[in-house]
Design a protein around this ligand. Structure first.
Ligand SMILES: [Zn+2]
Length: 143
């Protein structure tokens, strides 16, 4: 078994101040599927697959760790829209269950699929702006 914790990671103490990254701008660019750094290159090479790097500025995207956060956020967003509507319609009109399912299930599925890529892009933009995970150039393993 390989022991991965033999050498502790030592962060350098003397380093130049890092330039500020605008969080909202980076998230907005990611939301539109663009590179959080330059806003020009494409962030995705497939529906939910991020590109390896930006085609415009060369920013490396392989260090992002969006994992399941975009899916959780989409569930929260869609749930907070569809559930109150469903409860309101059921309380006030009480239509047939089959009719409600024929309306709510496609709306839920479609809105989830439409939101998933933009939300993942925003999460990657957030990680880039906060220099999280692989987006920190000052990490000892990248120097
Ligand atoms: Zn770029």
């Amino acid at each position: 078994m390989k022991d991965v914790a033999t050498q502790p990671i030592v962060w350098p103490t003397e380093q130049a101040p890092v330039p500020h990254r605008n969080v909202w701008q980076a998230m907005g660019r990611g939301l539109r599927g663009r590179c959080p750094r330059c806003g020009e290159g494409k962030l995705f090479r497939a529906f939910l697959k991020t590109a390896d790097h930006c085609t415009h500025c060369g920013q490396d995207f392989t260090g992002h760790r969006a994992d399941d956060l975009p899916a959780y956020l989409v569930i929260v967003i869609v749930g907070h829209i569809v559930v109150p509507i469903a409860l309101s319609v059921e309380t006030n009109f009480a239509p047939a269950v089959a009719l409600q399912l024929a309306i709510y299930l496609p709306i839920t599925l479609l809105s989830s699929l439409l939101l998933l890529q933009p939300v993942k892009g925003a999460v990657v933009g957030l990680q880039w702006a906060f220099r999280m995970h692989g987006f920190d150039e000052a990490h000892p393993e990248k120097i």
